[in-house]
Design a protein around this ligand. Structure first.
Ligand code: CO
Length: 470
């Protein structure tokens, strides 16, 4: 067999801490190790996108654009990668094309090379603008890559054939590579082999596997995928691997060393990096940020077919309502809601939409109370669902409203200028309008804190002076 170097995307700067500590790793914890990460020879460093924006401005008081520029400065050699929710960008609604195109352009200008784009419904219509915008950015940076991730899920129509058809659509749409995104850790090793082999024989672009360790199968799935022709894998440095995160980088490198799939990465250099992240892991456990439960293996995902993050969200919603005892009922309701809603894969934002509706159904009665987002999903405003929604059911949920059958973003007017006009007082850099577009409620608070910090105002001082007038 011909030798084939397996490439690795290191996720410790994004998905590993998104999965284990709710995306709370601050930039200051990353900076000291960036030069060493840059020396390893990873295919890419995933470091941005997904929940990083939300976490940066809501909890860490950090400018996500500044984070990206800093990582770029310290990692000049390695491709930087982001996760992008297609027409939802990093927010939770559909954006007009002008905002999306500007976002992609600014992401690349600030240092991103690989944009991994996915759509929660696997609706190719929702990906085309993001693919085109990414490809257009190649003019600025020839390293730019438009990777499309298919949201992997299970259900009656999600056969190997379904994914092969989708992979062909992705290639035809102009993507540079394909990722199988198994966010819920539903893949099993032998099925992974079948799936990867089928996709590899249907397309000629590289195939990458992203799977989580939740149910304890990730490294076996990666190995079978590699044997079936997979080109790249996602892993995480071992101190932030396993559990709801990814397979450990060092273990995969060691497993492939000296074989036809050797990654060529240096285990000694990796173990030096491990020491650094081990310190962070201990710090996060001590502060309570990292709950050791997250590191345990839990095959529940395979039983309920819901992502780990969704399980903990459902439990939290029920606890807040004083109904934690209803969890099993809700978990049984999730597949029924999913079926009624046309079998959306459960990934942001559909996981939240379906999960919340299942909670509502159990607490208030079946579809007695529907969230606005659930109505939008049924009305086609997120795109075409994998299975057509029963017209009777649709009518029950949205009445006589006409469902959307075109690309939802075609119904949106350009909105970039309007958004800009809403926040002239806060704009310190051109990217700020994009931060605002995605988090209109939180961004102004963040902008204010940023300005206060810059001009040396203590936000508490004003409050204190009002309490103690002199
Ligand atoms: Co993930």
């Amino acid at each position: 067999m011909a030798k084939k170097k397996i490439q690795i995307t290191e996720t410790v700067l994004r998905d590993a801490h998104q999965s284990l500590i709710a995306t709370r790793m601050p930039l200051s914890d990353m900076v000291p190790i960036l030069p060493q990460l840059d020396e390893i020879g990873f295919y890419s460093l995933e470091c941005w996108g997904g929940a990083t924006f939300d976490s940066c401005i809501r909890f860490l008081n950090e400018d996500p654009w500044e984070r990206l520029r800093t990582i770029r400065k310290h990692c000049p050699k390695t491709k930087l990668q982001m996760l992008f929710r297609g027409q939802n960008m990093l927010g939770y609604r559909h954006y007009a094309d002008d905002v999306l195109e500007y976002f992609v352009q600014r992401s690349v200008a600030n240092g991103i090379d690989v944009i991994r784009i996915f759509d929660a419904l696997n609706d190719i219509k929702n990906l085309q603008t993001a693919i085109n915008a990414t490809k257009a950015a190649k003019k600025e940076n020839p390293n730019v890559e438009a990777q499309v991730a298919m949201s992997y899920t299970t259900g009656p129509i999600f056969t190997t054939d379904y994914y092969v058809k989708y992979a062909k659509q992705i290639e035809a749409a102009g993507a540079d590579s394909i990722c199988i995104k198994d966010m819920a850790a539903l893949l099993t090793p032998y099925y992974t082999e079948e799936l990867v082999r089928a996709i590899k024989s249907a397309v000629s672009i590289p195939v990458q596997l992203h799977t989580h360790y939740t149910s304890g199968l990730a490294s076996m799935c990666l190995m079978k995928a590699i044997e079936a022709g997979c080109d790249r894998i996602d892993t995480a440095m071992s101190p932030l691997a396993n559990g709801t995160s990814h397979a450990p980088t060092e273990s995969m490198v060691a497993a492939l060393q000296g074989t036809d799939y050797d990654t060529g990465l240096d285990l000694v250099k990796l173990s030096e990096i491990r020491e650094y992240f081990m310190g962070l892991r201990e710090k996060y456990i001590k502060s309570g940020l990292l709950d050791p439960k997250m590191l345990a293996t839990d095959a529940k995902a395979l039983i309920y077919q819901v992502p780990g993050g969704m399980l903990s969200n459902l439990l939290k919603q029920l606890k807040d309502a004083g109904k934690a005892d209803k969890l099993t009922e809700v978990l049984e309701e999730v597949p029924r809601v999913r079926k009624d809603a046309g079998y959306p894969p459960l990934v942001t934002p559909t996981s939240q939409i379906v999960g919340t509706q299942a909670v509502f159904n159990v607490l208030f009665g079946k579809y007695k109370n529907c969230s606005g987002q659930f109505k939008d999903l049924v009305a086609g405003k997120y795109g075409t669902t994998p299975v057509a929604i029963d017209p009777e059911f649709r009518k029950k949920i949205i009445g006589d409203e006409k469902p959307v059958t075109c690309r939802p973003a075609d119904l949106l007017e350009p909105e970039l200028e309007k958004l800009r006009a809403e926040i002239p007082e806060w704009i310190e850099q051109e990217e700020d309008v994009l931060t605002y577009a995605q988090f209109p409620q939180v961004a102004p608070k963040f902008f204010k804190a940023r300005r206060d910090a810059r001009i040396g105002i203590d936000p508490q001082a004003d409050l204190k002076s009002k309490i103690h007038p002199v």
